[in-house]
Unconditional design. Structure first.
Length: 218
């Protein structure tokens, strides 16, 4: 939306530049310290929610009509807990956009969410249930500040989570994905203990040969 883009886009751009600086500094491994971000948290949150609404093709607003006025009225703030937004640093070039999705895990309540990740940040908006991965940190407080409220934002525990797969909430590294693939193939082969054997194969650096034997690319 051009209107919300004009209101929030500049601040969101500054926030994204800060995130890229964080990623580049971590990759350089110099031990340098990146100063905390100073800006307008509400404007960042509104741009994130606007992007999620656009990516969901209307499904998000069908579930949360309150988000429409939240993004269109720049002065509107959320009540504590009203918008359950979390975030992380996303190093993956591919990123991830889920639209409204449901994550399922045996023995747990379904987690209804929308996730949007594009380097350098990923965001999760929880609509129902609880996230299965607690590493993304709470950004919900961003939605409770005033439009003109300038804050210094220190996020010392902001995790770096890859998004190699399209599945919502899946932050496995490439090696973890390969190890799980080995376990699945062993299970299909009828192995008695695919979990333990997959970890042995991976630890022994036998993974590439195993993949090749099964007609798969490493």
């Amino acid at each position: 939306n051009n209107l919300t883009g004009a209101w929030y886009g500049t601040e969101f751009g500054k926030w994204s530049d800060w995130g890229r600086t964080l990623l580049e500094t971590m990759r350089a491994g110099t031990g340098a310290v990146v100063p905390a971000f100073a800006g307008y948290p509400l404007r960042i949150a509104k741009q994130v929610v606007t992007t999620m609404i656009a990516a969901s093709k209307g499904d998000l607003l069908d579930r949360r009509r309150d988000l429409k006025s939240f993004v269109l009225n720049r002065e509107e703030v959320a009540k504590p807990g009203q918008i359950r937004l979390t975030g992380y640093l996303c190093p993956s070039r591919a990123g991830r956009t889920t639209g409204v999705a449901v994550a399922m895990k045996p023995g747990h309540e379904p987690h209804v969410l929308i996730e949007f990740a594009l380097q350098p940040f990923g965001y999760v908006l929880t609509l129902a249930g609880e996230p299965y991965d607690a590493r993304p940190i709470d950004l919900g407080r961003f939605t409770t500040y005033g439009y003109r409220e300038h804050r210094t934002i220190d996020l010392p525990h902001l995790p770096v989570l890859p998004t190699h797969e399209p599945f919502p909430g899946d932050y496995r590294t490439k090696d973890e994905i390969r190890r799980d693939a080995i376990e699945n193939m062993l299970g299909e082969d009828g192995h008695a203990d695919p979990h333990t054997e997959a970890r042995r194969i991976f630890a022994a650096d036998e993974g590439p040969a195993f993949f090749k034997a099964h007609g798969e690319e490493w």
